[in-house]
Structures are given as C-alpha cells and as structure tokens.
Design a protein around this ligand. Structure first.
Ligand code: ADP
Length: 402
C-alpha cells in the first residue's frame, strides 16, 4: 500500500482536504462549504458527485463523511500515514512544524487569543482527526512559524514595553507557509540553495502580504499582530492611521464596528464600492469606472511602497517574487506595481510578463533588469504535506507520540 499524507485546512465555514502520495503528487482535493449549517456540501475536485455532510456532529462527522467518500471513489485506498494540519497562529511558541501531542494542543489553545476566529477551528480539526486515526501521526504547520526569525527591530511596535511583555503585542506575520515555499522554489529556479537566497516575496490573493527573506530567513513582513496590517487586500484595509480610532469614535463608530469595517468592508471592496475581486475590478476600470481604477491604483502604489521598504532589510536581492491569485495571474498588476519602482530597478519584459499567468511560471523581467522578477504559483498544501511526511518519519513519531 503506497503511503499517503493528508492535508487538512479547517476553517469556520469551510474545510479543505488534500491527499498526497510520497512523490508529491496530489491524489485528491475535497472542499466542504457552508460547514456547520444544515446546507453543508462537499465536492471532490474533478468529480460531479456531491457528498452530503451531516448537519450534526461538527468537524468529526464532516471529516468522516468526506473520508468515506474518498474511499468509495477509490481515491484513498488505505488510511493516511501522516496528517498535516494548517494552524494559523503559533505565537512565539512555534518556530517550526511540530508533531501533535497533548502539550502541543494546549499551546495552540493558548495562542487562540491571538487568532480567536482561526485557532479554535484548527484545533477542532486536529482533535477530530486524532479520534478518527488515533495511531496516525498528526502534524501542525503554522502560518506564523516562518516569521519567527524576524529581528526585534522588525517585530516590535513602538508601544509601551509591557504591551509586548504582558500581552504579546508584536508583529507575527502570516502566509509563512507560502513565503517559505517561494524561498524554496525561487532558490531552485535560481540554482541556489534556500540558505543563500534573498528575496522579496509578494503573496497577493484575497489576503495580501509581502516578506523580505534574507539568506532563507524571514526578516521583515507586512502583516502584523493580525493579518489586517500592511498591503491593501480584498476586503481588508491594510495600514491606516491609528488615529482613525479616536477620530471615528467622535462620529459614533464603536471599536467593534470599525473592526468589522476594516476587515470586511475596506480594501478593494471599500474603495471601489463594487467588489473585492481583482479581475472584475480591472474590467470595471477598463470600462471607465473611476472608483475601481482608484482601487487598483491604491493597491499597486501601496505594494510598490512596501517593496521599497523591504529593501531596508536586505544586503542582496536575488529576485522579487509574485504569487497568489493576483500575483500569479495579473500581468497588469505586476506591471503597474513595477512601474513605480524605476529608481530601484525592477524592469519587466512586457512579453514575458504577459505570457506568464495562469498555471505557468518563470522569470518576467528584462535580462538587463537590476533584479530578476519571477512568478511562482504557490503551493501551501504541498509544504504542509512535506512537513507532515518528514515529521511522521521522525524517531519521536515512530516512538508513538501523536
Ligand atoms: P485566496 O487568498 O482566497 O486563496 P486567491 O489566491 O485565489 O485568494 O486570489 C484571489 C484573487 O485573485 C481575486 O481577487 C481574483 O480576482 C484574483 N485573480 C485571479 N485570476 C486573476 C486574473 N486573471 N487577473 C486578475 N486577478 C485575478
């Protein structure tokens, strides 16, 4: 029986599963939507059949239904040999992926205050899988772990010291799994080792973040204590003046209301008044819709400013890397962003930039560009699978810890 690794990404209303073999081939992908409602359904990618998810029984029942369907369809012929879980927040406790045991579960729980919408559901997924497969090693892979190499000058906010000491207020950074994958892949493409590769990595999806990577380590990143800071995103504002809180309180806006606005009603959606979808925005902008054009302009300008800012952490730059739905697919956003950076030297080749999108990848800069610019499709699931496979084969896992 070929050993397989299952990757579980458990959200509050969705659940994603991916099954990999040991040659990094994906055998199946499942997406469960409207989870925890009576209308939950699951779909196996590439198949028509819909899997009905029981309305009761939470994550365990949903996982059980999905795994049974995978077996029925012949996509999963035996129990997985390892299970990797995406966990959003590892605080300062987790600098790398870990084999899950009771202490690890407690520590993930302890980080929940920093990610109240994510960590509890990530934990529910781990607990459900432990029940379903009590002898299979479960591995937690953290979005924050890659950024634990940030130096204090990059992770500390200029706030009273005890905010950090007492309440752990600092920059953590997110999308770490994706930025790590960029490092690994860019190094391969540049014929270097990750440990000698320095990059600026821009992950541009619905959430957007940018990271400076020096000799393989994250040394600065745009997301902060929460994934709200930094770049303009689909519905998140990114950076705003903290004085906004005070000013808007005089207008009767409460902290709760403002938090909802900054997270769900701002960014591309807020500026355009239309949509958080970059493709649609670009179409609207082309048809003369001014607010959409402005949304695209603000997005690209903020991104360009951050690319400049990330240079402060580097003494060498091997490439600027674009990834995520927007970074991989939108030659226009890449072009408009780089057009602000003439002084720094990111010179795109129009033809190459246009050719690379969708599922292709590669260098899109001019051979004369001071710095290469590369498009690399991200693959966070593969990183989680690789980490899970690696740790499941470790002596600790073989000794029976799970
Ligand atoms: P998530 O963060 O939810 O995983 P994705 O990485 O899938 O999101 O990115 C979604 C974004 O990518 C959306 O704004 C979508 O419009 C954008 N996108 C996808 N294809 C294109 C394209 N061809 N041109 C511009 N934007 C695109």
């Amino acid at each position: 029986m070929e050993p397989t690794t299952l990757v579980v990404n458990c959200g509050s209303s969705s659940l994603k599963l991916a099954l990999f073999d040991r040659k990094d081939q994906k055998l199946a992908t499942v997406l469960v939507e409207r989870l925890n409602t009576p209308h939950a359904v699951a779909r196996i990618q590439g198949l028509e059949t819909q899997i009905t998810i029981p309305a009761e029984g939470g994550y365990e029942a949903a996982l059980q239904a999905v795994l049974a369907a995978l077996k029925e369809e012949g996509l999963m012929t035996s129990d997985p040999t390892a299970v990797g879980h995406r966990v959003v927040h590892g605080g300062e406790t987790f600098r790398e992926a870990v084999l899950v045991d009771d202490d690890v579960l407690e520590s993930i729980q302890a980080c929940s205050g920093l990610a109240p919408l994510h960590n509890p559901v990530n934990l529910a997924g781990i607990e459900a899988m432990r029940k379903l497969y009590p002898t299979v090693p479960q591995i937690a892979v953290f979005d924050t772990a890659f950024h634990q190499t940030l130096p204090p000058r990059a992770y500390r906010y200029a706030l009273p010291d005890h905010y950090y000491r007492q309440w752990a207020v600092r920059r953590y950074g997110f999308h770490g799994t994706s930025h790590y994958y960029m490092t690994r892949e860019a190094a391969r493409r540049l014929d270097r080792t990750p440990a000698t590769t320095s990059l600026i990595s821009a992950h541009l999806g619905n959430g957007c973040s940018i990271t400076a990577i020096r000799d393989g380590n994250s040394v600065d990143t745009s997301m902060g204590l929460t994934p709200l800071e930094g770049l303009v995103m689909g519905t998140r504002s990114g950076d705003v003046d903290p004085g906004l809180f005070d000013y808007l309180s005089t207008k009767g806006i409460t902290a709760n209301q403002l938090s909802k606005v900054l997270n769900q009603e701002s960014g591309l959606l807020g500026l355009s008044g239309q949509t958080n979808d970059m493709r649609t925005l670009c179409d609207l902008a082309d048809h003369g819709h001014e607010p959409s054009r402005l949304a695209v302009d603000v997005f690209c300008f903020r991104l360009a400013k951050y690319i400049g800012a990330m240079m402060a952490s580097l003494s060498q730059l091997d490439a600027l890397v674009f990834t995520g739905g927007i970074g991989e697919n939108s030659s226009r956003i890449r072009q408009q962003t780089c057009s602000h950076l003439g002084l720094l030297g990111f010179d795109l080749d129009a033809e190459l930039n246009h050719a690379h999108g969708g599922f292709s990848d590669g260098i899109i800069s001019n051979p004369d560009s001071r710095f290469p610019v590369i498009v690399i499709p991200t693959n966070e699931e593969l990183v989680i699978a690789n980490e899970a496979t690696r740790l499941a084969g470790s002596p600790m896992a073989r000794d029976g810890a799970q």
